[in-house]
Design a protein around this ligand. Sequence first.
Ligand code: NAD
Length: 294
Amino acid sequence: VKKKGGQYEKQARPVEQAAVLGAGIMGGGIAYQSAAKGTPILMKDIKEEAIELGLKEARKLFAKQAERGKLSTGEMAERLSNIRPTLSYGDFGHVDLVVEAVVENPRVKGTVLAEVEDAVGEDTVLASNTSTISITRLAENVKRPENFCGMHFFNPVHRMPLVEVIRGEKTGDAAVAATVAYARKMGKTPIVVNDCPGFLVNRVLFPYFGGFSLLLEQGADFQRVDKVMEKFGWPMGPAYLLDVVGMDTAVHAGQVMAEGFPERMAREGKNAPEVMYDQERLGQKNGKGFYAYE
Ligand code: NAD
């Protein structure tokens, strides 16, 4: 961990218009949180259905706030209108900061980052919500790496306070400052961390998933492990957490970690998320993972 971020904020260029690429679990959550805290956000995906799902989730979260009496119907409509869905980069010219939240694949992310860089202004900050891929490595895809950093939210975005702001080798102070300030405006607690595969939190979390996998191989029952970890005091156990994260994301992120730390993370054979992924049990996103969902 480098600094808590306070020192950067004085020089921050405010984010008045944001954008997010990807309307999935994370993109939808980031759009909601930005809209709820008053920063208009364009939400771009390549699939109409993904945008519909992202908007549905945001509507549900706003409706909950209204039910609890925290928002009037008018306020709810106004906040929701802060999210502008789109399938194109047409309106990206005036965006101050873009959060890239597409699938955890370095090639896809590379293409998307190069595309969006051509659509935005020279000073626009590009921030990746990658879980594990090194920011220095992703920066190879952009022409202005000084404007590029990591902005790693946690799932579910509206509930998890932490945001890792990752400084790649070429990231400039202005990009870090704007990202830290935007995270705070979203009501989050940013920390500025150095770059490496998995950054800080996932260097702790992925070995934990590895330990869970080994327990299952040795015959442990996943529900029992979950119950024990809940009793230990964690909000949920590893099986349920993997269902929330999504098995595809967990597998791809796990591969990045194994490549980054082969001596500690690589292993023979398939781990539990890989076995589940092969069986198309992706977790909550397709209704079946370790547990079944409606
Ligand atoms: P997801 O599968 O729910 O959503 C990904 C979205 O990206 C899909 O809607 C897909 O249509 C869209 N997409 C794919 N290519 C695109 C393109 N070229 N342009 C625009 N949209 C495109 O995945 P997710 O869980 O939201 O993960 C997104 C990113 O966030 C990944 O990098 C992941 O590692 C990271 N992340 C995930 C979690 C988690 O718990 N799921 C937590 C933190 C970070």
